[in-house]
Ligand binder design. Structure first.
Ligand code: GLU
Length: 946
């Protein structure tokens, strides 16, 4: 066939082309609005003219995109220049129109556009790969990947023919059932709704056919919607995929495959780019916006170059040197046009886009493409496709075994979601305009920075503008806020005061906690109370006062009993009388109370214990009172110096019972609110019901809660987490934590379920904890930065005096009890020894004597004790120590009485004051007097008793 055409052409040319002109003009109509096509065309024409006797001349007319009339005028004006053929235009509608004119005039039209309308009988030849072969490339890739389902996402219906074989893939893969979903992108630049629908359909594989302009936009939005994670795969059909910036998608985890028709690193390409850019500069007069970058050469530019090369090669080959002598006005055609066209279809060249040749139908179906994949290091050629061999894998890059631990994070880029919640994430205060991650600071920001350094990853912060951390919405069956974003893959990590809860743990993974806390109450500091008239009671708690009173009564009664038991305490009331008939005891019941009271009030009393037992009891009591009085005095001082405060609430019980009308709430949808909701504790349930029925008491943020607590307009308490209260109380001196913690939990970094990064991140957090870095960071952000420590002095004097409770002074009571017990033992010993001595001396039965003594002691019959065994009576009964009765002695005593009377008369005669040296004598005298009187009494008593 081809040789026949050639012979025919040679003949034709010999007949028709009898004279030779100078330049051969090739026309072009470009309507893409840039200088690039024109520049590429000119560069190609110049290159084709090199070494030619009759060089080619480029005649380009640029028209407004899509303007039919302009294009037609351009065509007519080109025809006036006797052009050898026309290139362009670019838009589908214009192509058809110009093609119809060219058809009539049989003027060759050379196209480089993805348009289906081609027929070998027409005068158009298209260098763009044929749509059937082109769609076969992707059908083969899908087959190689073994997809069982995929979604075709296309932008314009004009591109549908290029999907032909992909749509019919089921017929190609016999027996396999493949689920294909087709979605058209809307006009404009927001595809999120369609992407969300695709996501909701559960499809994980996508074939994307869209313009180069919309491709980066689409990928960016796919990332935002969360369909760009490890589970998702993409095949990009646009042949200019290699020209877009793939950096944001290198580490997203999704598999992205594309194609190219030329390798931008080839020398022919780089040389072409250089010439192209120079030409653009020349054409646009310093306007270099259209300059092509290193990898920026698009297929249409390379194709226009190849088209010019192909066509000029054909012209050179056939030797046509005179252009078409046709006009728009008459319908006469170019006699050589269709023959030339047929010849062009037989030519083969090795162009920038590989081998350019046409099949028998006149289509470019035999072309070669490279299959590319996005890797962490960039685009990598993983295979090639030819019309003959189909897809061949040439993967030279063997993906390394997925590293584990921190290695798996190295070099990766993550989206880290955070919220503007002080001090975890805050906007930096700076006079300069800050960009990117530089705009933020805080505990969470610094922690991510540390983790990034430790694990070698990069990150970009994304802010959760509404501050919603996330809770499960049973109605929609979905999570909200940050949780939703993590689950959807719209962010890789979430860090803020995000509490690890059981419910959240089911939906996402958390690292080990980096901070521990519990729920508590934020409320105004207590107000001052007016002085209390009875504040002297305050140093001891009522319980201690009760014990003190008990000890007083107990010890007094004990002294009374000990006094009766201890023989030493029964004293001769008349020291001058050697053998009294009765003995006196100072520890009467009243005296015992007086003695103990005297010591408690540190006043003392006349009573002085004599026996070991009473002295022991007395000493222990003195010790007890010493400690108690000192403690009382010390605490009283504290009570008098420290201002007493009024506490509207002191605990969660107070808040729940709400005696002073304190309203309360928590952060809506936060972990604190959930705690009350989930709790089965009746008190907390009651509080949940209260908060739930008062949505106006819930807040959007912790800061809002703080403002409401501080506000004088309402009496509001805010339930929140202790670490956040700590931060606020460092800076707001009028608020404080009230009561203890209701629970114990932690903050963690959230990430997608089963994330491989959980373990390295947790390990790093534990390391930072062990090295004390987290503590240092906490001190820095809590106590130092942004006004920390403002309330440090306030707190120093704010301690409240507390009444002493039994736990504070219980030890003294124990000492008192032990001492008293010892005193009792001593008293018994003393009594036994005395009884034994008497029974031995008086030769009476020990038992009888003991019984008599005990009977007397516990009869509590008064403070006078008759002497049972008096030696002078010589009888075996009724005496006591020192009472050796004899008649002689009786007489002596009678004499004593006489002499005492005489002394008395003497004293009456001489009323001068008794000198101090004689005091003892006088005392003895008075005693003797009273003794005399006592003798009379006791005799009566003795006789009566014995
Ligand atoms: N840390 C809480 C959360 O993760 C927010 C504050 C709160 O509920 O007290 O939801």
């Amino acid at each position: 066939m081809k040789p026949k055409i050639e012979i025919c052409l040679q003949w034709l040319l010999m007949c028709c082309c009898t004279f030779v002109h100078g330049d051969r003009t090739i026309g072009a109509i470009f309507d893409d609005g840039t200088f690039l096509m024109e520049a590429a065309f000119s560069v190609a024409v110049t290159a084709a003219s090199e070494g030619q006797e009759n060089p080619f001349e480029a005649k380009v007319i640029r028209t407004s995109p899509g303007d039919l009339l302009e294009a037609e005028q351009a065509m007519c004006s080109l025809l006036e220049n006797h052009i050898f053929g026309v290139f362009g235009p670019k838009t589908k509608g214009l192509i058809d129109h110009i093609q119809s004119i060219a058809d009539v005039l049989e003027l060759p039209q050379i196209l480089t556009e993805p348009v289906e309308t081609q027929n070998r009988n027409w005068s158009a030849v298209n260098l763009y790969p044929n749509h059937i072969a082109y769609s076969q490339v992707f059908a083969d890739i899908v087959e190689m990947k073994g997809w069982e389902e995929f979604t075709i996402i296309y932008e314009s219906s004009e591109l549908l023919p290029y999907l032909g074989n992909v749509l019919g893939i089921e017929d190609l893969i016999a027996g396999d059932h493949i689920l294909i979903n087709v979605v058209q992108l809307p006009d404009g630049d927001d595809f999120r709704n369609e992407l969300k629908t695709i996501k909701a359909s559960g499809s994980l594989n996508y074939i994307l056919d869209c313009s180069l302009k919309n491709l980066p936009l689409f990928l960016e939005q796919a990332q935002q919607v969360g369909i760009m994670s490890d589970d998702h795969s993409y095949i990009i059909m646009n042949p200019d995929f290699q020209t877009i910036d793939i950096d944001p998608y290198k580490h997203g985890g999704s598999n992205i495959t594309g194609i190219r028709l030329f390798d931008p690193t080839l020398e022919t390409i780089t040389t072409f780019i250089t010439s192209l850019n120079e030409k653009v500069k020349e054409l646009s007069e310093e306007e270099i916006e259209d300059a092509v970058g290193e990898n920026g050469l698009t297929l249409d530019l390379a194709l226009i170059y190849d088209a010019v090369t192909l066509y000029t090669t054909a012209l050179n080959a056939v030797g046509i040197t005179e252009g078409a002598n046709v006009t728009c006005e008459d319908s006469e055609s170019w006699e050589v046009g269709s023959s030339l066209m047929n010849y062009v279809r037989t030519v083969e060249i090795d162009g920038l886009t590989g081998l350019v040749k046409f099949d028998e139908e006149g289509f470019r179906s035999d072309f070669e493409v490279d299959i590319l994949e996005v890797m962490a290091h960039g685009l990598e050629k993983v295979g090639s496709w030819t019309g003959e061999d189909g897809y061949t894998e040439t993967r030279t890059f063997i993906p390394p075994v997925e590293p584990e631990g921190s290695e798996s994070m190295k070099g990766k880029h993550f989206i880290v979601l955070t919220a503007l919640s002080a001090p975890y994430g805050m906007l930096k205060e700076s006079s300069k305009t800050l960009e990117g991650n530089d705009r933020y600071e805080g505990f969470g920001i610094e922690l991510i920075d540390e983790l990034g350094k430790m694990n070698g990853f990069n990150y970009t912060f994304d802010i959760q503008e509404d501050g919603v951390y996330g809770s499960y919405n049973a109605k929609t069956g979905r999570w909200t806020g940050m949780m939703e974003k993590i689950m959807d893959g719209r962010a890789d990590f979430a860090i803020t005061d995000l509490t690890i809860t059981a419910a959240r743990q089911k939906a996402v993974d958390f690292t080990s906690p980096f901070m521990n806390l519990g729920i508590t109450i934020l409320y105004k500091k207590p107000t001052k109370q007016p002085p209390d008239l009875f504040s002297f009671i305050s140093p001891f708690s009522l319980e201690v006062w009760g014990w003190l009173a008990g000890a007083f009564v107990g010890v007094s009664a004990l002294l009374f009993v000990l006094g009766r038991m201890a023989p030493e305490e029964w004293q001769n009331p008349y020291p001058c009388i050697e053998e009294p008939e009765t003995l006196d005891n100072q520890f009467t019941l009243a005296n015992s109370f007086w003695f103990t009271l005297g010591s408690v009030l540190t006043q003392g009393s006349e009573i002085a214990p004599i026996a070991v037992s009473t002295r022991t009891a007395g000493s222990v009591w003195w010790f007890f009172t010493l400690i108690m009085v000192s403690s009382y005095t010390a605490n009283l001082a504290a009570f008098l110096t420290v201002e007493s405060k009024f506490y509207a609430i002191k605990s969660i019980q107070d808040l729940a019972n709400n005696p002073y009308g304190v309203t309360y709430g928590a952060k809506a949808g936060g972990a604190t609110f959930s705690f009350f909701k989930e709790s089965d504790n009746l008190l907390y349930q009651k509080m949940y019901e209260y908060m739930d029925s008062h949505p106006e008491l819930q807040t959007k943020t912790n800061d809002e809660g703080l403002e409401r607590v501080k506000s004088d307009d309402e009496n509001y308490a805010f339930l929140m987490e202790s670490t956040s209260i700590e931060y606020m109380a460092e800076r707001n001196c009028d608020i404080a934590q009230v009561g203890g913690l209701l629970d114990s939990k932690g903050y963690g970094i959230a990430m997608k379920k089963n994330s491989p990064y959980r373990q390295p991140m947790s390990e790093s957090i534990l390391q930072l904890q062990e090295q004390g870095v987290l503590t240092r960071m906490k001190d820095k952000w809590w106590k130092e930065k942004r006004g920390g420590g403002a309330c440090a002095d306030d707190d120093a004097g704010s301690g409240d005096a507390q009444p002493l409770v039994l736990a504070n002074v219980g030890g003294v009571f124990i000492v008192l009890a032990a001492g008293s017990a010892m005193a009792v033992v001593c008293a018994f010993m003393e009594m036994l020894v005395d009884v034994w001595t008497i029974s031995h001396k008086q030769k009476v039965s020990f038992r009888d004597e003991l019984m008599a003594e005990l009977r007397f002691i516990f009869s509590f019959s008064g403070d006078v004790k008759p002497v049972r065994h008096r030696e002078s009576t010589g009888s075996g009964s009724g005496g006591s120590k020192g009472s050796k009765g004899s008649k002689k002695e009786e007489e002596e005593r009678a004499d004593d009485v006489e002499s005492l009377k005489e002394e008395e008369i003497e004293e009456e005669r001489d009323p001068s004051p008794t000198p101090r040296s004689e005091h003892s004598h006088h005392t003895c005298h008075s005693r003797r007097m009273s003794n005399v009187l006592q003798i009379a009494k006791s005799r009566k008593y003795s006789r009566g008793n014995l």
